[in-house]
Design a protein. Structure first.
Length: 135
């Protein structure tokens, strides 16, 4: 999935966390679930990062500053840091540690470009719901 999708899903999971300290774990869990689903990823990590920051800006602009929501979102994205390091040549494929990136958990097949529309719609809905719920 795209970074903005992982962020939105992690933030949504964090928003339902029964304890703020569990939100990072829920964010990581959301990453695993989304990576199993067939999806499309941008080739450009720069675009991914910009859209991920835009998702964060939506929450902050909507007045959502709670630890559980933000931590859930950030930890939902965290595993893709190793993909960035891999694409930049900093680490090798065999140095990845996240289960979905190492093959311990099957990664979803590559979907077509139309999948981006689904990701954008689901992410936007999650972010709007989080902002609405926080007020």
């Amino acid at each position: 999935m795209c970074i903005f999708t992982h962020f939105a899903a992690g933030a949504l999971a964090g928003s339902f966390s029964p304890a703020a300290a569990l939100a990072p774990l829920l964010g990581l869990g959301s990453h695993v679930i989304l990576d199993v689903i067939p999806h499309y990823d941008f080739e450009s990590m720069k675009l991914e990062i910009v859209l991920g920051l835009a998702a964060l800006a939506v929450l902050l602009g909507g007045g959502v500053f709670g630890f559980a929501v933000i931590a859930g979102g950030l930890f939902g994205v965290l595993p893709d840091l190793e993909n960035l390091l891999f694409k930049k040549g900093v680490i090798r494929e065999d140095q990845k540690i996240f289960p979905g990136h190492r093959g311990f958990i099957p990664h979803g097949r590559r979907a077509g470009h139309a999948n981006l529309g689904l990701q954008l719609a689901a992410s936007a809905a999650a972010l709007v719901f989080i902002v609405w719920r926080s007020h």
